[in-house]
Design a binder for this molecule. Sequence first.
Ligand code: NAP
Ligand code: ZN
Length: 348
Amino acid sequence: MYKAIGYAAHTATTPLVPFNFERRELTPNDVQIEILYCGVCHSDIHQVRNEWGGSTFPMVPGHEIVGKVTGIGSAVSAFKIGDSVGVGCLVDACGDCPDCRDDLEQYCNGAVFTYNSYDRHTGGSNYGGYSNSIVVAQHFVLKVSDRLELAAVAPLLCAGITTYSPLMHWQVGNGDKVGVVGLGGLGHMAVKFAHALGAHVVLFTTTPGKADDAKRLGADEVVISKDPDAMAQHLASFDFILNTVAAPHNLDAYTALLKRDGTLCLVGVPEHPHPSPAVGNLIFKRRSIAGSLIGGLKETQDMLDFCAEHNITSDIEIIAIQQINEAYERVLRSDVKYRFVIDMASLV
Ligand code: NAP
Ligand code: ZN
């Protein structure tokens, strides 16, 4: 074990504070990474505040990690010291089930998430990216292009892949009419990706002041979701809608906007369930409500390569680690443009 520093929550109701802890030593299969930047995902807040249940403390959140390789185990050949790399939400999986064999490790029953989960090497809890260093098995380490700004790449590791994966799975492409609900960390990446894939993108927001940004990011139209007349203009017209909202709300307003056979895909994970959807809205046009979880390692690397090719990164506000508690409050107020990223140089 070696010493690491970070920020941790010690209970669900107290602020994050400085925290000293230990990381495992490199095994032959591991990569050791100096963390330079870590994005702040709404999932960090859900877990710190135990909104999904089962949180373990102390908790060092953070699963949008970029940094430099500082050490490699004897069996590591794909990385060398000094490489720019990323780590997202996954750090382990069984490697042998149908999901793992299909490169969909996120659906493996043995998937291990980056924090608030379990380290089979130490038998204890694992700790995430709000820290100066991490050790991760090579299969779960991503290559990051030095052509992109590293800090703005960090959110791609969760917000990026979580929105890219469903757009790929439902084969969104040229000319499709695609809705994105919520312009936050996930939503702003969904707008960029759907636009880059050639879709006609409509952003649904509760915050009228975000309309200009949405258009700059790639939305063709912006609809204020609380305006029933504006919503009614889009009835039965969408091929696909990606809903990123972190709070329970009426899904019928969106299923009604789908064409026959259209899909409303949920990626937001609210603390309490959405009200039950109207079945009539679904059966009369064979519409679907679906869900999607982050993405596997292969697809995450594809997404990072797509971003390097199309010069796509996240729009970020860089903060010092000491501002993390205030940043959480701002995320909860939908007051972030559009992802906070912690500069780990502030962690001393
Ligand atoms: P975020 O930055 O807070 O963005 C959520 C956006 O939803 C807000 O910016 C806001 O956009 C809108 N919104 C907020 N409250 C709302 C309400 N009451 N009604 C309607 N819209 C509301 O959060 P995020 O980091 O993008 O994460 C979003 C959700 O995805 C979280 O639940 C997170 O845990 C989940 N998540 C899921 C996965 C997955 O694999 N499925 C991965 C990562 C995160 P407007 O101001 O534009 O309305
Ligand atoms: Zn996340």
